[in-house]
Write a protein of this length. Sequence first.
Length: 431
Amino acid sequence: MKLLTMISIISLFSFSQRKHLPPVTMDNVAEQYVRLVLDIGRHDADYVDAYYGPKEWQESAKKVKPQLTALKDRAEAILSHAKRVRAAKRDAAQTLRKTYLVKQLTAASATIDMLMGTKYSFDDEAKKLYDAAPPKYPESHFTEILKELDKKLPVGTGTISERYQRFRNQFIIPREKLDTVFTAAINECRKRTKKYIDLPNSESFVVEYVNNKAWSGYNWYQGNSHSLIQVNTDLPIFIDRAVDLAAHEGYPGHHVYNVLLETELLNKKGWKEFCIYPLFSPQSLIAEGSANYGIEVVLPHSERMKFEKEILFPLAGLDPSRVEQYYEVQSLFGKLAYAGNEAARGHLNGTFTKEQTLRWLTSYAMFDSARAEQRLKFIEKYRSYVINYNLGQDLVRSYIEKKCGKNPTEKKRWEVFEALLSSPRMPSGLK
């Protein structure tokens, strides 16, 4: 009897304590999430890709470097809080916001596990970090594409990869003309983007040319609608990269995506979670996928051919009459995009040796030896992040086309595209 009475008293006290706890809100969870990401960044310099939130939060994170076990406990507690938050009924934006926080926190928890030594398979890591399941392709899939490519390449000696490299080397932008060509591509993509997306008057970015990087281009978002875009010049840059980088890193890619998140979600709605961008998170699949798909949104194929023939090829000192030939070959090369994923899967799962991974990259991804080495560095540094480019692009394209319906106008496609960029939608929500 005394035991039952004591249990009743404790239960009543616990209930009373819970009654007086402040309610868990999405704003509370958002602040905890931001502070958690900043603290994880103390253990991995690549983790926080951008931050433009309250300075005091950043300064606070710099004072103490929490133990990973403590961060894991925090991540799980915040995730539990996020799941308990009730989004207002019939409020689609709030529902998306809750899903965003839950997915991002789930990835943050997995990141901490990896920092503590957990080794996930390529596919498990991709699912935990990026909220997506990468497809698998057999070697025969790429062999069939190579047969098509073989027919399009000029007749010559050597492997298909060697012949492709000889062909493509005729379309390198001379180093002294690089900035001129890039500037023209950026200006065209910016002009076309601003026709459909209302960007702040203050938006801008600076381009820098750098060396000794594992990537070919990078957007470092600074906040206040400003980006620093760096282009790696370690290896020769081909003519198609001008539009690709201008659109992917700038308009309507990463720069526009970050500007819209900052203006629409952080500034207008006050959603603090959008003052930070953790690189290894589902947000990256949306970012990379929309940036890649944005290339064909801003410059559809026929318009791109016209622009390159009339402007970019002449600026680069290349023969404009070869534009169509070059892009016929490149369209087949694009079908080999998932070959890089298979190289990453094999290398990270330990089923490929380093030599086998490099051989796969040269044989099926069509890289020369120097680019294969650069790609291997990227795989070892960023791991399953590779899925965000090709799978991300495919998921975004499918989502946009489904939303647009049959025979959409250019305006409609831009409207749907902008709505995606301005939302907290996650990869699993693209299906």
